[in-house]
Design a protein around this ligand. Structure first.
Ligand SMILES: CC(C)(COP(=O)(O)OP(=O)(O)OC[C@H]1O[C@@H](n2cnc3c(N)ncnc32)[C@H](O)[C@@H]1OP(=O)(O)O)[C@@H](O)C(=O)NCCC(=O)NCCS
Length: 177
């Protein structure tokens, strides 16, 4: 099955969460049981890329998704050169909390497409409410390698995961060149 053109907000009635499998249990469980609840609670937003054709149950399978939330970091976690230009209170950032591609599509460019769409989404939000950077907490070494490829830099350890960041200035350059 082929993927659609646009990411849209996750809808329990339109999207088939049960058939999603990216190979990582934690991310599968998130989209199946937590993503919609977190949106209802107002703490994150999940955007999904549905397949073009509906399933027998009339819902659309999810080819990829990403979740974003507002967050903050302390300036001490940033490299000294960057930190010295920032105030001593928490620095606002966007958290790219989750990003995953259905395993059927791994290696076909959809991870790259999803990441670029997520960055673009946050770049647009940044026009209205400023954040210093986008941060991701890497679930695996493989995820860290993926984000490194796209310019993210290691920041610190956070809850046992490597936290990486990409400054909003870099994101701005990406979409205005
Ligand atoms: C990580 C993930 C999103 C990559 O998706 P994908 O569709 O397989 O990736 P793509 O085909 O778009 O790859 C884009 C580029 O990244 C590279 N790449 C993909 N996965 C990579 C990895 N784990 N490490 C390093 N590079 C990677 C590809 O080689 C490709 O490079 P190219 O543009 O030079 O050809 C996908 O494997 C996934 O969903 N994994 C499980 C969930 C997960 O770990 N998410 C990470 C966030 S916690």
């Amino acid at each position: 099955m082929s993927w659609g053109k646009e990411f849209v907000e996750l809808s329990k009635s339109q999207h088939d969460r049960n058939s999603f499998d990216c190979g990582e249990q934690e991310l599968n469980a998130f989209i199946k049981t937590q993503a919609a609840k977190h949106m209802q609670a107002g703490i994150s937003r999940t955007m999904v890329l549905p397949c073009v054709q509906p399933l027998f149950n009339q819902k659309y399978a999810i080819c990829a998704f990403y979740s974003v939330a507002a967050s903050s970091i302390s300036r001490e976690t940033l490299p000294v050169q960057l930190a010295k230009r920032l105030p001593r209170y928490p620095i606002p950032v966007f958290l790219l909390a989750q990003l995953a591609v259905h395993k059927e599509y791994h290696g076909s460019g959809l991870g790259k497409v999803s990441l670029i769409r997520a960055l673009k989404y946050l770049w647009e939000v940044n026009h209205h409410m400023r954040a210093y950077a986008i941060v991701v907490d890497c679930l695996t070494n493989s995820a860290q390698a993926f984000y490194t490829k796209f310019g993210f830099e290691a920041l610190c350890e956070h809850n046992g995961r490597i936290r990486m960041f990409l400054s909003m200035n870099t994101v701005e350059q990406l979409f205005t060149q």
